[in-house]
Structure formats: structure tokens, C-alpha cells
Ligand binder design. Structure first.
Ligand code: TMP
Ligand code: ZN
Length: 404
């Protein structure tokens, strides 16, 4: 029987099966009881009624986003600058605004509000991340954002002039509640800006590793129109973003308050022309995904036979999909390098490859680095130039498997 759509309850037709997977940000400690790892079936489907691309099985949110959630938005210089820029833009020309961020993590975005003395509130279920944010003076309410919480924020602080969310709205299985909450909280002339992975970019790059437990919905301009409208909101602008391998920034306002930019109609037409939501295009993406697995496993198996030392770079959430889908364990990838203290000394989810700090990497320590954090390629390859100059090679698998 078809699953029912998380957004409109229509029938969801599955097109991509990535198999049994662990939670992508749950890094077990060495020696931890393996029975405590939570597994689920990672698969993607498309709603036949509203075209929303979505996970067909969603792990419980409280298991993914909890006090110890290890991801830090500020873990990349590029992303810190990205958030500072959008914050500057949103705060310019507003007199004494109140800014709310849904999923404020370590305060990468709201730090700018603090620096400018702007009234703000972050909302995030991770207490550890909130504590980091608080260290920068960012006020955070540790909670999941949903309609009732939005009403309580409104009662306590008044309406928000800006609501911002990065990589959060697409994580929520209950999009309707989030959008109704935003509509309730947003001042009449307020703006709601949210950015998430873009379905069109995932398809164009065959970025199958964007499919993880936390990425519940894959947005296109077409598929967000209906949910926004049902909440009384309207899509007024769109921007394609280069970060994280291709994202989209949606600008929404209360219906009828702001004239829509021509960019909205242009992107809708482009999606139509490219078939971004077409079942045949989605099935072709699934076929290319299987090709990437074959090619990557063949390459790593050959390198092992040649005695080459291969490490992973970036213990990204995305890498859980790659390692578990392709069956990559410590025999093929001996370690994964990552700067996040909460991940170091632990094991990768499901595949149990040790996570090591950058000090464990460098010239002479590995022959190949499998770039799991391909979305941070420039930043990482610049930092690790010594490895490359000493003859180290990088392995990419998005958009294709190749050694660079
Ligand atoms: P993300 O792709 O979800 O942003 O995750 C990036 C991961 O890669 C995160 O765990 C931090 C890590 N990382 C490094 O180890 N070194 C780096 O230079 C960068 C930019 C990220
Ligand atoms: Zn639907």
C-alpha cells in the first residue's frame, strides 16, 4: 500500500531505495552496544497529488534532534560568512526589528543580530548547540518549532519581522504546523526566509547522499506553493544558492502583502521544462545512483587490492548514506577525518569507521582522501594543500566517481 503524503495525505510512489540505514548524526562511542543503534529504511518517494518528494519512512524527530545533536552550523568558514551575509541583508533597513530563527543551532545566523543589538530569539531542540550560541550572546529557547510554540513566542515577544530558517523546514515531518506557526508569528509586513537542499540540484548533480534521515522533504518551487498557500503565505522570491552543493532560498510573506519577483515564475517554468518533479526524471536519478555505487565500490576495492591507504574526509551526515548504501567499512576506508569535537573519537553511524581529528591527516598519512564533505571542497582542499602537493589524491563521487 502506498504511504500517504506528509504534506497533503495523497499517495506517495517510491522511486529510490537506499536500504537499511542508521541515524546519520548518531556517532556511537567505540564499544557501545550495537543494539542501541536505531536503523530504518531510507527511501524516497513522490506524492502523486502534490509532487512533494519525501522520505517514505521518517525516524522519530526526538531521536535525531536532541541535546547532544553533534552538527554545528559554524563548522565551515564559508557557511559562517554565508549566514552573516544573509543576516546583514535581512536586518538592513528595518527599524528595531524582532528576528526569530527556527533551528538556530550554534548561532551562526543570530550572532549578527547580537552584534547589532537586534531583538532576537533562536528556537532549537539541541541544548548543547544552544549553549554554544548562548556563549555568543544569542538567546535560544530549547524546543521544536511548531504552531503552539509559535503562539507562545508571539504572546511573550510580539510579532516577528523576520523569521529565518536554514536546513530546518525540510527536516520537519509536519510542514503544515511549521508554516501555520510562522504565519501566526509573522508581523503583517514580515518576511519568512528559508533555505534548504534544492531538488533540482540534487537531480542535476546526482547528489544521492543528500538523502538522509534529516532531509525529510525535498523542495522545488512547485512543491512549496501549495503548503505555503494553505498557511496563508505566499512565495514572493526565490534564489538559488551554491552552498551545500545546491540549495534554494525561498522568500515568503503573508498573502497579498508583497508583489512576487519574476524569479518565482521563472523558476517554476524552468522546473517544468527540466521535469524536476517528473516521475521519469526521478526514476532516472535512482538509476544513476545505483551506477555511482557500482563505480565507487569498484574503485575502492581496486585501491585496497593495490595496497593504497584510503581515508574519508568529513564525517558528514551525508556520508552515512554513502557508507551504508555502498557497504564501506573500515576495511575500505580506514578512518574519517572531521573537525567536530563531538564526532572525534567516535565511530561512523552503522559502518563503524573511526572518526579522527585533522591532525591524523596529512602528507604521508594517506594516499587517497574520499571527500565526503564535497560541498566544502574548496575550503578543505585549500586547507589540505600539503596532502595534495605530497602526491595525495582526492576521490569524488558527486556528480560522478572520479579521482582528482
Ligand atoms: P555538512 O556537509 O553537513 O556541512 O558537514 C560537514 C562536516 O565536515 C562537519 O562534520 C564538519 C566537517 N568539516 C571538516 O572536518 N573540515 C572542514 O574544513 C569543513 C569545512 C568541514
Ligand atoms: Zn502530497
Amino acid at each position: 500500500m502506498a504511504k500517504s503524503c506528509l504534506v497533503c495525505t495523497g499517495p506517495v510512489v517510491e522511486f529510490l531505495d537506499l536500504g537499511r540505514q542508521p541515524l546519520s548524526d548518531a556517532f556511537p562511542a567505540p564499544g557501545a552496544d550495537p543494539a542501541r543503534e536505531h536503523f530504518f529504511r531510507l527511501a524516497l518517494g513522490r506524492c502523486a497529488d502534490c509532487a512533494m518528494v519525501q522520505l517514505t519512512e521518517v525516524p522519530p524527530a526526538a531521536r535525531m534532534f536532541h541535546r547532544g545533536y553533534p552538527y554545528r552550523s559554524s563548522g565551515s568558514t564559508v557557511m559562517r560568512e554565508h549566514f552573516a551575509r544573509v543576516a546583514e541583508r535581512l536586518l538592513a533597513d528595518r527599524v528595531d526589528p524582532f528576528v526569530v530563527e527556527i533551528g538556530s543551532n550554534d548561532g551562526a545566523f543570530l550572532r549578527t543580530a547580537v552584534e547589532r543589538g537586534v531583538r532576537h530569539l533562536g528556537i532549537d531542540p539541541s541544548g548543547d548547540a544552544a549553549r554554544v550560541a548562548a556563549g555568543f550572546g544569542v538567546r535560544v529557547r530549547v524546543a521544536f518549532f511548531a504552531e503552539p510554540l509559535a503562539r507562545s513566542v508571539l504572546a511573550e515577544h510580539g510579532p516577528a519581522d523576520v523569521v529565518f530558517a536554514a536546513n530546518t523546514v525540510s527536516h520537519g515531518p509536519d510542514l503544515g504546523s511549521i508554516l501555520r506557526g510562522v504565519a501566526a508569528l509573522l508581523a503583517p509586513d514580515g518576511v519568512f526566509v528559508f533555505e534548504d537542499p534544492y531538488l533540482g540540484a540534487v537531480l542535476a548533480n546526482t547528489a544521492f547522499d543528500q538523502v538522509i534521515d534529516e532531509h525529510v522533504l525535498f523542495f522545488g518551487a512547485r512543491s512549496v506553493l501549495g503548503p505555503l498557500r494553505r498557511a496563508g503565505l505566499e512565495l514572493v522570491d526565490v534564489e538559488r544558492l551554491p552552498v551545500h552543493g545546491g540549495q534554494i532560498r525561498f522568500w515568503a510573506a503573508h498573502a497579498g502583502r508583497v508583489p512576487a519577483s519574476p524569479a518565482v515564475a521563472e523558476l517554476l517554468a524552468e522546473e517544468e521544462a527540466l521535469g524536476v518533479h517528473d516521475p521519469a526524471r526521478l526514476r532516472a536519478f535512482a538509476a544513476r545512483t545505483a551506477d555511482r555505487r557500482r563505480a565507487l565500490v569498484a574503485l575502492l576495492t581496486r585501491l585496497r587490492a593495490e595496497g593504497a591507504r584510503v581515508v574519508g574526509y568529513g564525517a558528514t551526515a551525508k556520508s552515512a548514506t554513502v557508507t551504508n548504501y555502498c557497504g564501506l567499512g573500515p576495511d575500505l576506508v580506514s578512518a574519517v577525518i572531521d573537525t567536530t569535537p563531538a564526532k572525534q573519537g567516535r565511530l561512523t553511524p552503522g559502518t563503524h569507521i573511526p572518526v579522527r581529528p585533522p591532525e591524523a591527516f596529512g602528507p604521508g598519512r594517506a594516499d587517497y582522501a574520499l571527500l565526503f564533505a564535497w560541498n566544502h571542497a574548496e575550503e578543505i582542499m585549500a586547507k589540505e594543500r600539503a596532502f595534495t602537493e605530497a602526491g595525495g589524491r582526492w576521490i569524488r563521487y558527486v556528480p560522478e566517481v572520479r579521482v582528482v
